[in-house]
Design a protein around this ligand. Structure first.
Ligand code: ZN
Length: 277
């Protein structure tokens, strides 16, 4: 396979948050002009908008809507808060259906006021509660394991093994996992766990960016592919070795890149996708 075959842009998707300074209409226009074929929409980009019309606008730009980010945040010590979280996830499912997104990425959440094992149980119960809604709407749910540095508040699911385990226990065609290189690159079991979710047909999304060394902010210092130390091509090989042929999604939250000219950033994303993914 030549480089142009393996690294054309036909499977390149960008998360709307990556170019956060652009409203979604502008992102759509500029992504399409750059040859990008997919978009994952963050819910903040939809605030105050007609969601159906926004979906149509994205399709009019020939963009596939890959997923809606994000649902989750199920655990809370307080039962009333857990119920609110489930309601919000049901709302996210409705939004995804209106938008025409086939998948919601779940950042599962954690409550530092209780043991991780309890948070994990509540995540499982939360997902189980919304599976009927997801099935009715035709929207899948992808459990995204997050790097353990976020285990206090963002996610009690920190390895692909944990995500696989939960998807297998829930055992629904509507529930799978999302593999994000930023969260998982360090894991010695990664290759085996990617194989496992592929075999169970649970691999639903693949997110890329890079891990800068040093990283100066736990949340907002993600690198563009090629700026850091993640073996992205290797991980992509493992992912595609399972038969995965979905979009490769660029998801970068970066205070540094958000300050740059976004047109220049988009050009760099396209270039880096060809060279480092
Ligand atoms: Zn991700």
């Amino acid at each position: 396979m030549t480089i142009s075959e393996s690294n054309d842009l036909s499977r390149l998707c960008i998360h709307s948050i990556t170019t956060k300074p652009w409203p979604i209409e502008e992102a759509a226009k500029h992504y399409a002009a750059a040859g990008v074929k997919g978009i994952t929409v963050w819910r903040d980009a939809l605030e105050g908008k007609n969601i159906q019309k926004t979906g149509q606008l994205l399709r009019d730009h020939d963009l596939s809507i890959v997923s809606l980010c994000r649902g989750g945040f199920f655990p809370a010590k307080d039962a009333a808060k857990r119920k609110l979280a489930i309601d919000d996830n049901r709302k996210a499912i409705e939004e995804a259906a209106q938008l025409g997104a086939p998948l919601i990425v779940l950042v599962c959440g954690a409550d530092p006021g209780q043991p991780l094992a309890i948070s994990r149980q509540q995540i499982q119960e939360g997902i189980a509660a919304i599976i009927p809604d997801a099935a009715a709407a035709g929207v899948k749910l992808a459990i995204e394991p997050l790097h353990p540095m976020y285990a206090d508040t963002r996610s009690a699911i920190n390895t692909l093994a944990q995500a696989n385990e939960m998807a297998e226990v829930l055992n629904s065609p509507w529930v799978g996992v999302a593999v994000d290189v930023y969260h998982l690159w360090w894991d010695p079991c990664l290759e085996a766990e990617i194989k496992r979710c592929g075999q169970n047909e649970n691999l639903m999304a693949f997110h890329v960016c890079d891990w800068k060394s040093p990283t100066t902010d736990m949340l907002l210092d993600r690198g563009l592919m090629g700026e850091g130390c993640i073996p992205i091509k290797q991980i992509r090989k493992w992912v595609e070795g399972t038969g995965f042929n979905g979009f490769i999604e660029v998801e970068i939250f970066s205070n540094r890149w958000w300050k740059e000219d976004q047109h220049l950033f988009l050009k760099q994303i396209v270039k880096a996708s060809r060279e480092y993914v």
